[in-house]
Design a protein around this ligand. Structure first.
Ligand code: SF4
Length: 351
């Protein structure tokens, strides 16, 4: 694990990020404040599925969006609001800024990052790419603006398989970064020649196949839903593998009443909303100790809270800035991703 990631894990993953520090009365008060401030500032709240359910419901109530990172990017770009407030992690704020440089992009905190982003420093990654100039560089959305600027393509997990298949069909060899598990999954599924960067998500990397098998014995009729950032042994146990949006659809459409879910538990809010009579169980993670290293919730996503969101709308102290030259470069692979996703959607609709 990259040093800065392990430092963070050591210093912050003590369980405290799982409990809201706000009373019910404070939550109501902050929600009202945020609603008024969004309206006053012609701002829109764009939230990821892994954020606190309080934030997800607020985004829905105020005409914002709750989604995966691909849809967050698309929504922020197309929405007429001049101010986007992004509840998620740093790369999501940067992506919003790259796609809408003329808009003000705010975040409840600029400290919320991602182990995949941290695990792929641009200098090392560029040197790696330079060693393999014959390969198409495909990077996951969970990367810095600088890494995106070095890439030919950006992808999210919702279109990773289709994009790599598309490149493979054109005879292209690929560099994939940064998530090694997702990259290996894409490689297995498409048969493409993929060279993997070595990094992982600290949440999904913790899911354990043995724990899921044991839980299946207790709930033999449960379907197992797995995000492909999880290790191969976990993916092998899945009844459905996919991005957050794809897993939500699976939860809604599969006939099972019980699901074992191997992704961040923030997703339960939307799953429960889409399938209110079904039951969702967290897939077991690392250990039995009460450390957050072994829980299914991203510590950085958990940094998005109602009070910091309200404060940011008052103070605008966490505005996302991206260097203009980087914006120009990173916009190319990002727009390629959006255009590819559009074509895919149109094709699916037509087919
Ligand atoms: S859940 Fe994993 S991939 Fe998602 S933001 Fe957190 S560390 Fe990054």
């Amino acid at each position: 694990m990259n040093t800065s990631v392990s430092d963070f894990v050591r210093d912050h993953l003590d369980g405290s990020h799982l409990q809201s520090h706000l009373s019910d009365a404070e939550k109501v008060e902050y929600r009202e404040q945020i609603k008024a401030l969004l309206k006053e500032q012609n701002a829109v709240l764009v939230a990821h599925y892994y954020t606190d359910p309080e934030i997800q419901s607020l985004a829905e109530e105020t005409g914002g969006c709750v989604s995966d990172s691909l849809e967050m990017a698309r929504f922020g770009k197309d929405h007429p609001a001049q101010t986007l407030i992004v509840a998620g992690v740093k790369f999501m704020g940067e992506t919003a800024k790259i796609l809408s440089p003329e808009k003000t992009v705010l975040m409840p905190t600029l400290e919320a990052t991602c182990s995949l982003d941290l695990g792929c420093p641009v200098d090392e990654f560029s040197a790696f790419c330079d060693q393999h100039p014959e390969r198409e560089v495909v990077v996951y959305a969970n990367t810095s603006a600088a890494v995106k600027a070095r890439a030919d393509w950006v992808v999210t997990s919702s279109i990773a398989l289709e994009l790599v298949e598309h490149l493979h069909n054109q005879g292209k060899k690929i560099i994939w970064a940064p998530d090694k598990h997702l990259g290996a999954y894409v490689q297995r599924e498409t048969g493409a020649d993929v060279l993997l960067w070595d990094s992982a998500c600290i949440v999904h990397d913790e899911f354990k196949a043995k724990g899921i098998e044991d839980l299946k014995k207790v709930h033999p009729d449960a379907a197992v839903l797995v995000h492909p950032e999880s290790p191969e042994a976990v993916v092998k146990l899945a009844d459905a593998v996919g991005s957050t949006s794809q897993l939500i659809n699976a939860a809604k459409n599969m006939p099972n009443d019980v699901f074992i879910v191997a992704t961040d538990r923030g997703i339960f809010y939307k799953m429960q909303q889409m399938a209110p009579h079904k039951r969702f169980l967290e897939a077991p993670t690392g250990g039995n100790g009460a450390t957050c290293r072994s829980c299914a919730h991203c510590p950085w996503m958990a940094m998005n809270a109602l009070d910091s969101l309200a404060l940011e709308l008052q103070q605008h102290s966490n505005e996302v800035h991206v260097d203009a030259a980087l914006i120009e470069q990173a916009m190319v692979p990002l727009n390629r991703m959006l255009a590819f996703a559009e074509q895919l959607k149109a094709g699916k609709a037509a087919g």
